[in-house]
Structure formats: structure tokens, C-alpha cells
Design a protein around this ligand. Sequence first.
Ligand SMILES: Nc1ncnc2c1ncn2[C@@H]1O[C@H](COP(=O)(O)OP(=O)(O)OP(=O)(O)O)[C@@H](O)[C@H]1O
Length: 241
Amino acid sequence: MTSAIEVRDLVVDRGRRRVLHGIDCSVPAGSVVGLLGPSGSGKTTLIRAVVGVQIVKSGTVTVLGEPAGSAALRRTVGYVTQAPSVYADLTVRENARYFASLYGLSAADADTAIADVGLTDAAGQLVGNLSGGQRSRASLGCAMIGKPRLLVLDEPTVGQDPVLRADLWAKFHALAAEGTTLLVSSHVMDEAGRCDRLLLIREGRLIGDDSPAAIRTATGTDDLEAAFLRLIRDSEQEAMA
Ligand SMILES: Nc1ncnc2c1ncn2[C@@H]1O[C@H](COP(=O)(O)OP(=O)(O)OP(=O)(O)O)[C@@H](O)[C@H]1O
């Protein structure tokens, strides 16, 4: 299977601190890959390197065959940050139609994206009046409109109720089945089992890179949270040896 993302020996410093310590990983095309780790472990920094907005100290990040951040990737990579990037003084529909127009797409395409994120009933509402969870879904819908080949989502399910979270994950897999690659960060371990593969990061180092099933087998536990803890312990023992 071809890789949508190849990260080789990536080192990133932020401020005076080393935040990523030589990350190596690849993300297979057409899959949903979860990037999981505790708060402050480096998920957003790795994501920023993938979308090409992070200054890197050394190493390479290749996205869809191009260096991360290349002009050629602007139309093919979608990025949804933790802070919703939609206009608060426009309605959901106006936002979606605006982003659709940037891609030369129709009002119907905008309406489809709104439906995909479960916001049809709120389409006429000003984004500024939406709940936090609705606002992040509006942002996600707008990022999906241009049908990017790679969709990078930083904690997209924060603040969503369980039914909506399940719907969003079903949508992610439907997009992957059509060939889109999704890199989805989360610090909620119960979402890990929904991914095709997992990248487990801790203190700027990758301590797991496999399918949930393989991680369960390797750690001898069905509970992915317990598996993660076991991998942390193993990596600490390795570091001390
Ligand atoms: N602008 C910055 N300047 C200096 N250090 C930063 C900056 N942004 C983040 N960091 C540090 O880099 C480290 C990794 O942060 P990052 O945001 O990548 O973690 P994260 O895993 O995404 O966390 P969270 O789940 O809380 O979003 C943290 O120690 C953080 O304090």
C-alpha cells in the first residue's frame, strides 16, 4: 500500500525545548490513522509538521509524494485545527457556500457537507450562536467540501455527544473507503479502537505504530488504554537500560 505521509527522523524544537525527538512513521493512503497521546506529548506539533506550518530542526516530512507545505498540496490537504476556522458572523450555510465557491463547487456540494456533519437543522444559524461542538462540526464540514486527498483533524470529536461522535467516525471511514487518508488526533483512548492504525506518542517519541488489533496482541490486553500504559512502561524500561 502506498503512503500518504512519510515522516523520517523528524526533530522539532519549540521555544527552547525539544518537542519531537526523531519521529519515524508512515500513514497508508486510504486509511484512518489515529494519533494518540497525552496532553503536551507532541500531537499538534507533528500535525503542524505534516501540514507544513511547523519549522523543523531536521528530518523530512513527505505528503502525497511532495515535501510537506509545498504549494502543490494546498488543494489536496485539508486541516482542521482545534480552534474552529469558520466565520462567526455568517450562518453555517453561508460559510459552507463561501468555502464551496473557493473550490468552484456548487451550493448543493455545500449542503451535502453540512448534512455530513449533522448540521442541516442548524444551517440557517449564525456560527457565533452555535455551541462549541456544533462550531467544530461546521469547521469540519467546511474542510471536507473541497474533497481533500488528505484530511488532518486535530481532536475533531472534542465536545461531541456519543451519537455524533459515532456518526463522525462512520463518516471518516466512508471517506477513507473513497480513497481519502485521514490523520485524526485524540487523547481519548476509547476512540483508538475506531482507527485502522494507531500512532502512539509520548513526550515527543513514538512508542507504538500498528493496528489496534496488533497493539492488543503485542501487549496482551484487549483494553487499549491498558495497552498504551504497558507500552509506556516498556519504553521507560528501554530508556533506563
Ligand atoms: N508555541 C509554542 N512555544 C513553545 N512551546 C510550545 C508551543 N506550542 C506547544 N509547545 C510545547 O510543545 C509540547 C507539545 O505540544 P503539542 O501542542 O504538540 O502537544 P499535544 O499533544 O497536541 O497536546 P494537547 O493534547 O494538549 O493539544 C508541549 O510541551 C508544549 O508546551
